[in-house]
Design a protein around this ligand. Sequence first.
Ligand SMILES: Cc1cc2nc3c(=O)[nH]c(=O)nc-3n(C[C@H](O)[C@H](O)[C@H](O)COP(=O)(O)OP(=O)(O)OC[C@H]3O[C@@H](n4cnc5c(N)ncnc54)[C@H](O)[C@@H]3O)c2cc1C
Length: 387
Amino acid sequence: MHDLILIGGGLANGLIAWRLKMMRPALRILLVERESTLGGNHTWSFYQEDLTPAQHAWLAPLVVRHWPAYEVRFPSHRRMLRTACYSIDSARFHAVLMKDLADCVMLGAEVGEMDAGGAVINGWRHEARAVIDGRGHESSAHMRHAWQKFLGWEVELEEAHGQAMPIIMDATVAQRDGYRFVYTLPFDERRILIEDTYYSTSPALDAAALRLNIEAYAASRGWRIARMLREETGVLPIALSGDIERYWDDKPDVLPRSGLRAGLFHATTGYSLLFAARLADEIAALDDLHADKVYQRIRHFSAHQWRGQRFLRALNRMLFFAGEPAQRYRVLQRFYTLPQQLIERFYAARLTRLDQLRILSGKPPVPVAAALRAICDLRKETSSKPS
Ligand SMILES: Cc1cc2nc3c(=O)[nH]c(=O)nc-3n(C[C@H](O)[C@H](O)[C@H](O)COP(=O)(O)OP(=O)(O)OC[C@H]3O[C@@H](n4cnc5c(N)ncnc54)[C@H](O)[C@@H]3O)c2cc1C
């Protein structure tokens, strides 16, 4: 009998298992992953203000690189923001978690039926006081999404790239398939991650075309690629509207979920690391890991953060529906003229009412009537009741 079985060894469940091991080492945990490694094939980035100092401290062993600032580039301006940013990669995530959790991890596992009291793993039923389903994003009739999709190459260049800080949006590139920008993370003098990224209403990703774009972007910066070290792709949900209570009610069983499967992602960036760290702390603070308690705690956390991001979903609708796709970059271009601390609160999903007013004040970068229609389009947005 386990205290907790976590199905899916990705970011959210990995952090829950690791945090519980730190805080309550006597617990009998089982972290179950179908692939041969934990954490997939990602680079997860996050910002200083996304996490508390205590959260930064416990995540520190996972961080492969951090920078004191980052840059954005738009047709109208460039800006350096003095906000520290951090990156974790899947290889470090796997190595650190395996060192600390090895006897609690099952890799290459085939998971069958699961419920709040256990799961069938490799043909055998394992019982547990609670089970958490963290198998990644699942589409739902109760959620309306657009997409942030990208393909990235981590490359080694023939010479030094000369870029000291990440450029998290270079939107000076040709605009197509919605809002397009290139994201670059300089890991060392010659090693850099280059990601061609789109905010699109379609999840379709033409990998061959994006690879050519990366080569063209590198050439435009005067970089010659010596070696491609790793490729990553992502199609992340960007929330437009939804009913979080119905999303949870839709499941036949009271099975706790985590990560994207619990709707725990930043509505506009699609990022989930900040919520994964916060949720791991919430679970570690529970004095009783009984299935009902875990379910109620996670559901409350998920619904609370979902309601807190209502304004971000309205912004997303303005981004996706108020202007021509080729003009979407103007929304971000204007956003990046706002004060740095407001931008930090935006990424941390902690905007104040004053921030919201500030974002909406002034001449909108898209047609006014269309912006209002998009913001007021509350399909499925109003029926969520507090839990
Ligand atoms: C390439 C990429 C880059 C990203 N970059 C960032 C970033 O910079 N910052 C950020 O905050 N967010 C980022 N995200 C978004 C988000 O943080 C990630 O998608 C994150 O990994 C989601 O966490 P999760 O635990 O919900 O799902 P995942 O990490 O996807 O974990 C789900 C796990 O469940 C496993 N699984 C699925 N089905 C089964 C099964 N039947 N049995 C057993 N295991 C199963 C999968 O193999 C996987 O390991 C990125 C996403 C991608 C794809």
